[in-house]
Design a protein around this ligand. Structure first.
Ligand SMILES: NC(=O)c1ccc[n+]([C@@H]2O[C@H](COP(=O)([O-])OP(=O)(O)OC[C@H]3O[C@@H](n4cnc5c(N)ncnc54)[C@H](O)[C@@H]3O)[C@@H](O)[C@H]2O)c1
Ligand SMILES: [Zn+2]
Ligand SMILES: [Zn+2]
Length: 361
């Protein structure tokens, strides 16, 4: 039996998104049907709508979600109907070269549902990041469902499914921030502010937030920044150096992803320090650096895909920290909206008015 539900679709490049009738198949082998309770609006959804990811329109948008498993395929044992889950886009295969080496967070063959969700006329939909969760019910691979404590608010917990996990993991996993480290984060949207929260959790001493927008910096202070730098009027490299005894920070995280912010991160870091790139650049961007500086400054230059997270390891742990009051996920939920509010949420995101708008069902 197929399910007829409502969902947010980008029908063609650049056109405003619309709410459409979606046909969702019953779960087959290895699949789960999830009743979505909440789904955050991420910059990547907007990238899909603008044709910046690929041209496989129409897209079923939404991918930062939590909900309740409604049904599973016959062979599924990892989750069961009634489980509260966060959806992930890293259902690891266990068999690729990364998984076999014990580094499943780099898995090169992650799973999605095999069956397709469609529009009422049978047009096959491309689900954003292999999820598609601005919809009342969605079909995913069972491995994309990570069971967590149901005491958590779905709107807050769902954010761990993408941007907030990417930021937390950029600090904790990729940057390996440790007790007493100095950390600077360039760009304090949902991802950068999560990196700040991650640096605090990991025990960083000094946490410097850099943005062009004062609103973002005041949220950064709430989430753990010890110092803030408004780069619209101040050179961020000089400011970070002077806040770190003239040396630069141990770990600098670029949560914007542009050549100029990457260069700032590169030079605002102490000798032998670490740069983490978590913001996503666009194809035409090029980076130019003196190779002697790359050598002479030492340390490591890393990129962070999805915060190098392993959902089965990280989601339940972070939800537990949230429930203990040690990680303020609610601070990322700027507003809750209805399914037909996604287009307006894109505008607010563009104007920098929100960390996250979250669709609740
Ligand atoms: N690596 C991953 O797995 C992953 C996952 C999710 C999102 N992302 C990426 O992370 C990036 C940030 O996402 P977001 O949701 O936080 O976006 P956002 O638009 O909410 O935040 C970006 C922030 O950067 C600030 N900014 C822009 N230019 C700046 C500059 N020159 N100097 C300082 N600050 C500047 C903006 O004011 C804004 O606060 C995006 O590129 C997004 O695609 C990456
Ligand atoms: Zn794998
Ligand atoms: Zn996302």
């Amino acid at each position: 039996m197929a399910h007829e539900v409502r969902g947010v679709v980008a029908l063609s490049k650049g056109a405003p998104v619309t709410v459409e009738t979606i046909i969702v198949p019953d779960p087959g082998p290895g699949e789960a049907l999830v009743k979505v309770q909440a789904c955050g609006v991420c910059h990547t959804d907007l990238h899909y709508r603008e044709g910046g990811i690929n041209d496989d329109f129409p897209f079923l948008l939404g991918h930062e979600a939590a909900g309740i498993v409604e049904a599973v395929g016959d062979d599924v044992t990892s989750v069961a109907p009634g489980d509260f889950v966060i959806l992930n886009w890293r259902a690891v295969c266990g068999q690729c070269r990364a998984c076999l080496r014990g580094r499943p967070w780099y898995c090169f063959n992650t799973h999605n549902a095999k069956q397709k969700m469609t529009l009422a006329d049978g047009t096959v939909l491309s689900p954003a990041l292999g999820i598609g969760a601005f919809v009342e019910k969605t079909l995913v691979a069972a491995g994309q469902c990570t069971k967590v404590d149901p005491a958590a608010s779905p709107a807050a917990a769902g954010l761990l499914g993408c941007g907030v996990m990417a930021g937390l993991g950029a600090a904790i996993n990729t940057g390996a921030v440790g007790r007493g480290d100095s950390v600077a984060v360039i760009g304090c949207g949902g991802v950068g502010n999560a990196a700040i929260a991650g640096a605090r959790l990991a025990g960083a001493g000094k946490i410097i937030a850099v943005d062009l927008d004062g609103r973002k910096l005041s949220w950064a202070r709430d989430l753990g920044a010890t110092d803030v730098v408004n780069a619209s009027g101040t050179d961020p490299v000089e400011a970070i150096r002077s806040l770190t005894g003239g040396n630069g920070a141990d770990v600098v995280i670029d949560a914007v992803g542009r050549p100029e912010t990457y260069k700032q991160a590169f030079y605002a870091r102490d000798l032998a320090g670490t740069v983490v790139l978590v913001g996503v650049p666009t194809p035409e961007m090029k980076l130019e650096l003196p190779l002697l500086d790359v050598f002479g400054r030492g340390g490591s230059l890393k990129s962070s895909w999805y915060g190098d997270c392993l959902p089965s390891r990280d989601f339940p742990m972070l939800v537990d920290l949230y429930l203990q009051g040690r990680l303020d996920l609610d601070a990322f939920v700027s507003e809750t909206i209805a399914l037909d509010g996604v287009e307006k949420a894109f505008e607010k995101m563009h104007k920098g008015e929100v960390l996250r708008s979250v669709v609740v069902f």
